[in-house]
Design a protein around this ligand. Structure first.
Ligand SMILES: [Mg+2]
Length: 275
């Protein structure tokens, strides 16, 4: 099995799920929307999109296993290939009619696991409403709608634009988060809060954003974006320089922006308070 040849199949599968989400978006019945946790809504469309993706992705790569947001995630499972999938990242945007949400699909190679995670080998992030598809293969670069992308190398910090997400699931660190926010606000040109980590990471890979940090993300929010950024020449780690898949506390950027963000984060998150 040559993993390099899977990308076009994965893209077509993700596009199909994207068309489904767009169609469902037009007829969401408020009564179908359950509350999973504070600020974290999940819709019927979300669950159906995940089932569609699971069925097709497992068929694309026989013997692979699947980890998804709605699919009783089995973090330890599998010793071969594992799909790590968020069928709808940016659920609040989706429900509110803000056209920035994404489907995120990563393929993890668990044949050589370091700690709990193998290497992410293939990544696709698709924004259905904006008709943008990002993909990457480990060692094969990253693309936006088929054209090669690179992180933006920028030295003038007054032109740096960061992205972040607010810690709505980790309210206990809101003070530390805001201290980082304040410090970075004083250093950079601007900061955006888009509402989808998968989109933040894809847009960092393609030079729309120069840096990103957030706490408390899940593996399916970031697995694909991590590979996009690495293949686009950027850096992405957790708050201590380790693998962000381990804890979901993530900092990323082009080299010089990452260095500054990392230092500021370490100043304000002095103890290991990962949850
Ligand atoms: Mg998500």
């Amino acid at each position: 099995m040559d993993i390099n040849n899977l990308t076009s199949d994965v893209i077509s599968c993700v596009h199909e799920a994207g068309r489904f989400l767009q169609k469902e978006r037009l007829r969401i019945d408020e009564a179908d929307i359950g509350i999973k946790g504070p600020g974290d809504f999940v819709s019927q469309a979300d669950r159906t999109a995940e089932s569609m993706l699971k069925e097709r992705l497992l068929r694309i790569l026989p013997g692979s296993v699947f980890m998804g947001e709605e699919n009783s995630p089995d973090v330890s499972g599998g010793d071969g290939w594992r799909w790590i999938v968020d069928p709808l990242d940016g659920t609040t945007n989706y429900l509110q009619g803000i056209p920035i949400y994404a489907i995120s699909v990563a393929l993890e190679d668990r044949r050589k696991i370091k700690s709990n995670w193998g290497d992410i080998t293939l990544a696709v992030v698709h924004l259905p409403e904006l008709d943008l598809t990002f993909d990457a293969i480990r060692g094969g670069g990253a693309r936006k709608n088929g054209a090669a992308i690179q992180v933006r190398q920028i030295s003038d910090f007054s032109r740096v634009v960061l992205a972040t997400g607010f810690p709505f699931r980790n309210k206990d660190v809101v003070d530390q988060y805001l201290a980082v926010f304040k410090s970075m606000t004083l250093k950079v040109g601007n900061i955006r809060r888009i509402g989808s980590a998968a989109v933040d990471l894809a847009w960092l890979a393609s030079g729309t954003f120069d840096g990103f940090w957030e706490v408390g993300l899940k593996p399916w929010d970031i697995a694909a974006g991590i590979l996009l950024i690495e293949e686009a020449g950027g850096i992405v780690t957790d708050f201590r320089g380790g693998n962000p898949l381990e804890n979901g506390w993530i900092v990323a950027g082009s080299k010089n922006v990452y260095d500054v963000l990392f230092e500021v984060i370490n100043e304000h998150f002095p103890e290991r308070i990962f949850i």
